[in-house]
Ligand binder design. Structure first.
Ligand code: NAD
Length: 296
């Protein structure tokens, strides 16, 4: 099937390299961001849109990559939004990490107009967005999923349909809980072993290949040992994801006490000037309590 034109809305840290990968794969793109400039994408051959509605009126598939639920609702359902310009038969794919209930609200509003919607959040961060090797978790119907899968495969190395609309973002919340708790566990353990006088580099070398080893440990311990907290994934974005996890869990009467604990650590770090630091700065909370630094 010919895909036609892809609209890409939200050209931030993640959306910009993802759009570039689609241009590289020879798709025709119409791009738009409400606040950020996008001249670099125009010089690569993309067409510039003038609003979210304008992008939708020129596209067969519309992809959004925005910060959180209110931005997605505004861009798709709001005044001058995608829903006002959308063509019949178009598919909307939201790749932002938002509350599953918001995905379902957007999906239902589009379905009432006969438009298919998929929630397709990603894991992997900026480096994998640049490489086109993101992990993409998708919620929605099989037919639109099969149509957009070749496009998603240009941005990710793993593309999995996990359930109905909202299931993509439920899966992403699970991902974000595991990552946050894993960084906290690594931080707690390395702060203790450093205070006990053991070289943290040697602790890392000794345990990374055992059961405690993880992708998170391999990615974050080298940053911690260097004292490099440049994002990466900002603390403030992880606060947003854990808030969505807590809201979703509490609506389902599911207690998530460990997530609640790490959320308070993140609140401390935000208050301590780390909102824009990488989430590996969770170690700074433990370091301040123990009066020790986990460094080479
Ligand atoms: P970002 O803030 O860099 O980019 C978002 C872009 O959306 C901005 O350029 C902003 O101007 C634009 N925008 C906001 N409201 C808009 C509107 N109404 N219409 C059009 N454009 C609008 O954020 P990001 O880091 O690219 O993250 C995007 C999403 O991906 C978030 O949900 C984030 O949690 C998720 N995510 C990020 C990472 C990461 O490492 N940065 C990793 C995985 C997932």
């Amino acid at each position: 099937m010919s895909i036609g034109t892809i609209g890409f809305i939200g050209l931030g840290i993640m959306g910009r390299p993802m759009a570039k990968n689609l241009i590289k794969a020879n798709y025709k793109l119409v791009v738009y961001d409400k606040f950020a400039k996008f001249d670099d994408l125009l010089s690569l051959g993309a067409v510039g849109g003038t609003s979210n509605k304008d992008v939708a009126s020129k596209s067969d598939i519309i992809i959004t990559m925005l910060p959180n639920s209110p931005h997605v609702k505004e861009a798709i359902l709001g005044s001058g939004g995608v829903i006002e310009g959308i063509k019949s038969g178009a598919i909307v794919v939201d790749m932002s990490s938002i509350a599953p209930a918001a995905s379902q609200e957007v999906g239902a509003a589009l379905k009432a107009k006969g438009i298919s919607f998929l929630d397709a959040p990603v894991s992997g961060g900026e480096p994998k967005a640049v490489d086109g090797t993101l992990a993409i978790m998708v919620g929605g119907d099989a037919a639109p999923f099969e149509k957009v899968k070749p496009i998603l495969e240009k941005m990710g190395s793993s593309v999995v349909l996990v359930g109905d609309v909202g299931a993509g973002n439920v899966t992403k919340l699970a991902n974000q809980i595991v990552v946050a708790l894993n960084i906290a566990a690594v931080s707690e353990a390395f702060t203790l072993s450093t205070k006990a006088g053991v070289d943290p580099q040697k602790v890392f070398d000794a345990i990374k290949g055992g059961l405690a080893g993880s992708t998170v440990m391999n990615a974050k311990v080298p940053m911690i040992l260097e004292g490099n907290f440049k994002p990466g994934f900002r603390i403030e974005l992880h606060i947003k994801d854990l808030q969505n996890a807590l809201d979703t869990a509490h609506n389902l009467n599911v207690p998530i006490p460990l997530t609640a604990g790490v959320m308070e650590t993140l609140q401390f770090l935000k208050n301590d000037g780390h909102a824009a630091s990488d989430h590996s700065a969770i170690v700074r909370y433990y370091e301040q309590m123990a009066k020790v630094e986990v460094r080479k």
